[in-house]
Design a protein around this ligand. Sequence first.
Ligand SMILES: Cc1cc2nc3c(=O)[nH]c(=O)nc-3n(C[C@H](O)[C@H](O)[C@H](O)COP(=O)(O)O)c2cc1C
Ligand code: SF4
Length: 428
Amino acid sequence: MSDQYLSKNMLTRRFGVINPESIEEYINDGGYSALKKALSLKGSEIIEEIKRSGLKGRGGAAFPTGLKMEAVNLAEGSSKYIICNADEGEPGNFKDRYLMENDPHQIIEGIVICAYASKINHGYFFIRGEYIKATKIVEHALDQARAEGYLGDNILDSGFNFDIEVYKGAGAYVCGEEFSLLATLEGRAGRAAYKPPFPTICGLYNKPTQINNVETFCNIPHILQMGGAAFSKIGTPSSTGTKLICLSGNIRQPGLYEVELGTSVKDIIEKLGMGVPRNRKIKMVQLGGASGPVIPESMLAIKLDNQDMQKHNLSFGSGAVIVMDDRIDVLDILKRIIKFFHHESCGKCTPCREGLLQILILLDRFIDETANESDLQLLEILIETISLTSICGLGQAAPTAVKSVLEYFREEFTDRIHTTASALKGGS
Ligand SMILES: Cc1cc2nc3c(=O)[nH]c(=O)nc-3n(C[C@H](O)[C@H](O)[C@H](O)COP(=O)(O)O)c2cc1C
Ligand code: SF4
């Protein structure tokens, strides 16, 4: 891949170019023309186009968007819902905030097209409570879209009725998870549930519900405009389109970047982020956010491609790239990560609620250099048990960073055991 593909401005093209508070500027720039096109098509034709594009969800799990739309479309019942997940609680991620603050109509247009495809009449914009500026911008954009006939009754004289309500999250990370989000919207405590059934069949108020990430919806107007086949040529065969990358940590130029999928992590760090300050050595890079794996410098050539990453049991999740140089204390970082998930655990299931606490206790033993060999074995059993038996993705993914440190930086643990043994010998 040549450098010309490194930075591919599709979703971020209007950032700083148009005033996000002006629907006129969005329309003058070609905005809402994809919706006009969609309204001339059948729902099934729109879904086929999305399937052809190969678009996968940008909220972390990379589920094919066309299949999700099809499931909602085919689900029985006249009452269905669509939800834009803008909770963005994963540490290291800030892309959805940028999308809302800089181009809110792009998201709204994507939601309306999906709603039309499956004849959904009611939508929710679930926004992280701390995102006060983004919420104001989205609310203003929704008012404008309503006033111009892109929302409300008989949208653009098509006979289609649809509106979107804003719901502000209350700050719990778990509420970005689908079932916790649905529980919150229904006025219940934000707790996850067993799947299946999936929300596409039994979602909000037990009705078929399409839930997608902000960035996923932003891709929809572009797919409608250029056609699914053209979109599928951007990126790689298994990962089409572009990806917003939240680059942070020990990096010269942190920030939000849009890259074509298939770009390597190394290129993102070196060519966009301009490397690590003072040319320090990279110790590790965390992909996707706090719930993602860490990789050593020797693996930075890996590409943002689902298939490539799966071969190594990795994923790029929602797109955070957190760079850590050789000054970090790896176990201290892991302790902070597990502390976060333990704090955010909803408490519903034992492996997550109690298991994460036990991992914290074990991490402290390694940090204090009082751990022994059986603590290491116990840690590995706990990681496996929590990942396999937790009800929702929070518990399932919480130990990922610890697991990958054990895989790529095992000496961070074993060296501390060795020190303990030596200290005991020396003391006896
Ligand atoms: C604990 C937890 C938190 C999550 N937080 C978010 C979030 O803030 N935003 C988001 O889009 N997806 C989040 N997800 C993923 C959603 O459950 C869901 O997969 C996603 O919204 C689907 O959209 P997509 O198919 O467009 O990716 C979270 C999942 C888990 C397990
Ligand atoms: S895994 Fe954690 S957050 Fe998810 S249901 Fe269980 S306790 Fe709650």
